[in-house]
Design a protein around this ligand. Structure first.
Ligand SMILES: C[S@@+](CC[C@H](N)C(=O)[O-])C[C@H]1O[C@@H](n2cnc3c(N)ncnc32)[C@H](O)[C@@H]1O
Length: 208
């Protein structure tokens, strides 16, 4: 099974699963640092079933939620049914389905470690930001839990913060701040129960 099929298959269970992996404090940090307010236009990249979208809408934002998984987005649509503040778009290929310099903020929670080329993904996120707009990525610090690759189809085993800083610089971001989120860990048990992961979570932000 590849990662795309994995997310298509777990879509209906993702909210219950992810609530065991990480807490809503992550999105509170991300949305707080970006200064989201009423009328703000955000893109939620790898939106899944809408974890970040939900917080953004509560903060008054309009959201373009994009994801390669139709089933994940169907769950998100069901949740925000009838709400004009949220639109969904399917990602096909490595170009985001969002116009150049069109959004105030870009958010990507637990997505970078699924991308084929993280440096390219960060450049794409920069492309769609208005000048002065903010990118906020929340993701896993470097770890050595192989079962997250085998069972959760992670492509990257987290990241060194120095690599993230390098990629933000290469994409020409300014005001780059990259830190571990205090007290936050992504927790998962392997299927057989013999391995447990508790991986640090970082937040990386920069201005376009
Ligand atoms: C771990 S889930 C996180 C979902 C959501 N952001 C959350 O916090 O619950 C990863 C999501 O990224 C999507 N994804 C996988 N590859 C991607 C890519 N190259 N670009 C954007 N999203 C991707 C998956 O379909 C999945 O919905």
């Amino acid at each position: 099974m590849n990662a795309h099929t994995y997310f298509e298959n777990v879509a209906q269970d993702w909210d219950a699963m992810s609530s065991r992996f990480f807490s809503t404090r992550i999105r509170d940090f991300a949305i707080g640092v970006a200064g989201v307010e009423k009328g703000y236009l955000a893109a939620d990249i790898g939106a899944g079933t809408g974890f970040m979208t939900e917080g953004l809408v509560q903060a008054g934002a309009q959201v373009i939620a994009v994801d390669p998984s139709g089933n994940m987005l169907a769950e998100l649509q069901r949740k925000f049914d009838g709400l004009t503040a949220v639109v969904t778009r399917i990602i096909e290929g490595d170009r985001l389905p969002v116009e150049d310099q069109s959004v105030d903020g870009v958010f990507a929670n637990m997505v970078l470690h699924h991308t084929e080329a993280p440096s390219h993904a960060i450049k794409e996120m920069k492309r769609i930001l208005k000048p002065g707009g903010r990118l906020v990525i929340t993701d896993l610090e470097k770890h050595d839990h192989l079962f997250l690759k085998d069972e959760h189809h992670d492509r990257w085993m987290g990241f060194y913060l120095s690599d993230i800083r390098h990629w933000f610089r290469m994409a020409d971001f300014s005001n780059i701040i990259i830190n571990a989120i205090p007290g936050e860990q992504c927790c998962a048990d392997s299927k057989c129960g013999s391995a447990q992961a508790a991986v640090g979570i970082f937040m990386a932000t920069g201005t376009a």
